[in-house]
Design a protein around this ligand. Structure first.
Ligand code: TXA
Ligand code: MG
Length: 320
């Protein structure tokens, strides 16, 4: 595995070639780093599952370079799904659509729907466009972490998570820290109205506004398989608890206006909800690097992105 720190057009071209040869390329997106493979190459897809130690019935998101690629992967796409794609792509939203024949069981986990996303990070977009120029059709990319663990928001975190499992010719593209810091909003668009399966930076309020459909709901217990529905997810090695630290030496994450109790190790003090999302995973990782046993977090209040942060914290806390 090699990390490319200076993502010049030439290096991105080489990375696209590596994908075309069936290698894995971890790349930055605005949400978290993804572990990419050619979405039409079954053995490359199999490598993703083994590098991540991910159960094979867990579907992968296909990353494409523009809204024009939708019809390659999806059929019978509803008008409101197209509206969402046009409004928020490139950006942090994944649409679950009825799959075309191209979307194999290896991608969808045998489900009849496929997840599609156009990321906005320029390195990601250039990589996807370059890959398509070489004849590629899409890149599957789950978050570049071992299954159940915290998503990486930097190339260093990808190296720490997957470096020892990736192949010699696999690549990691380094474009610095991710701007958003938590995974994309996932919206099931296979029904009459959108259903938010995983909240994210594109909020339920924004989705309602664009589609004009009121019944956008966030359900945690749907039958479709989404990361968040697994017991232990977004979990660091440390135990995560919600609330104030009770002893010296506990880690602590909260908005800057919440003071640390004495003896707590402050891992993050974000000044806004956006900053909270951006630093959350990095703070959980820092807690592990410091060898902390327990990390306490105070959940941010309110709707929008705060809901997505609470979702991740609740799941991290229920993990162990
Ligand atoms: O922000 C993101 O979405 C990142 C970046 C790299 O794009 N990717 C990401 O992928 O978070 P992953 O695999 O870690 O989480 C995607 C979730 C999975 O839990 C999967 O179950 C769900 O999306 N998913 C993918 N395809 C699906 C489908 N056809 N139906 C239901 N859920 C699906
Ligand atoms: Mg993930």
């Amino acid at each position: 595995m090699q990390t490319i720190s200076n993502c010049t057009p030439g290096e991105i071209q080489k990375a696209a070639q590596a994908l075309a040869y069936g290698k894995l390329v971890a790349f930055p997106t605005e949400t978290v780093y993804g572990l990419g493979a050619d979405a039409t190459n079954q053995s490359a897809i199999a490598k993703i599952y083994s590098v991540k130690a991910r159960p094979v019935n867990h579907p992968l998101i296909v990353h494409i370079s523009s809204v024009n690629q939708i019809e390659k992967w999806a059929i019978d796409t509803s008008d409101y799904a197209i509206d969402l794609a046009r409004c928020f792509w490139p950006g942090p939203i994944t649409l679950i659509l009825k799959r075309s024949k191209l979307a194999s069981d290896a991608i969808t986990g045998g489900q009849d729907a496929v997840g599609l996303r156009v990321p906005s990070n320029p390195v990601a977009l250039n990589l996807l466009a370059e890959f398509e120029r070489l004849g590629g059709i899409g890149v599957v990319a789950p978050s570049a972490n071992r299954f159940g663990s915290v998503s990486p928001t930097s190339a260093k975190a990808v190296e720490a998570e997957l470096g020892s499992f990736m192949g010699k010719e696999d690549l990691i593209l380094d474009d610095g820290p991710c701007l958003i810091g938590i995974e994309s909003t996932i919206v099931d668009c296979t029904k009459g109205a959108p259903i938010v399966l995983r909240p994210g930076a594109v909020t339920t309020e924004m989705i309602e506004l664009v589609t004009g459909l009121k019944n956008t709901i966030y359900l945690d217990e749907l039958e479709v398989r989404v990361s968040g529905n697994m017991a232990s997810h977004y979990s660091p090695k440390a135990v995560v608890e919600l609330g104030m630290p009770t002893q010296r030496g506990h880690g602590f994450i909260a908005l800057a206006d919440v003071p640390s109790p004495s003896g707590a190790l402050r891992l993050a003090a974000p000044k806004s909800i956006e900053e909270y999302a951006r630093v959350l995973y990095q703070a959980l990782r820092l807690g592990d690097e410091l060898g902390l046993e327990i990390i306490y977090a105070i959940e941010p209040k309110g709707a929008g992105l705060a809901l997505a942060i609470r979702d991740r914290l609740t799941k991290a806390a229920s993990g162990k």
